[in-house]
Design a protein around this ligand. Sequence first.
Ligand code: MG
Length: 262
Amino acid sequence: MAEKDLRKIKMFVLDMDGTIYLGDRLFPFTKRFLDAVRQNGADFCFFTNNSSKNREAYLTKLAGMGIEIPPEKMLISNGVILDWLKANRPHETAYVVGTPALRADFDGAGIRQCEDADYVVLGFDTTLTYEKLCTACDLVRAGKPIYGVNPDFNCPVEGGFIPDCGSMAALIQASTGVQCEFFGKPSRHTLEYMLQHTGCRPEEMAVVGDRLYTDIAVAAGTAVTSILVMSGETTPEMLAQSEIKPDLVFDNIGCIFPPEGL
Ligand SMILES: [Mg+2]
């Protein structure tokens, strides 16, 4: 049954951490899976919610692991929010609570950044300061909208987790009473971005990832196929208790196209 569904898929949109690698270690089956996708006449691209980095950083990381891809195959939440802002808030200024990489992406998109801005953008800011939090909260209290680049609460690192954009948004919400509008997975903005940038119809696309509330939820209620892999953060108990259910579940991406099935 699973095989029958997979044969309709022309594009696999792959999460990164917990899906193709863990930290800096590429899973031993990742390259074989990527080859198998092509052998099956399909294609793949990557999508990460991690807004502390940008496309260039991920292309470098992948190349270091022996995976060379053209830039358009590396999608990131930064691109989703930038496309939306350019279309929906043109000629306005941003106060970006983010890393130098995210701020450089805003510069590259031609969006002017200042402290007295028209809106606030909150990224996964590993360079966060108390001063930046105060400025963001002041703007929100003054009625300026706040957009979160990705809703993840934690980012996996070697030996545990570090607080991600969703946790920083919770702090700002506690102070101001205002909830961020989030981009990245699982927002509909991201699903539209994936479809637009791959040129696929929903039934031709599969999203693959290890996290239920982002990677799997992004496809919920649509014709896009969701594939959960158990090589990252999701445990069998979490899956059993979750209201968000994937279409397909595999131990890891190496099991999606087993060698004997080709
Ligand atoms: Mg992941």
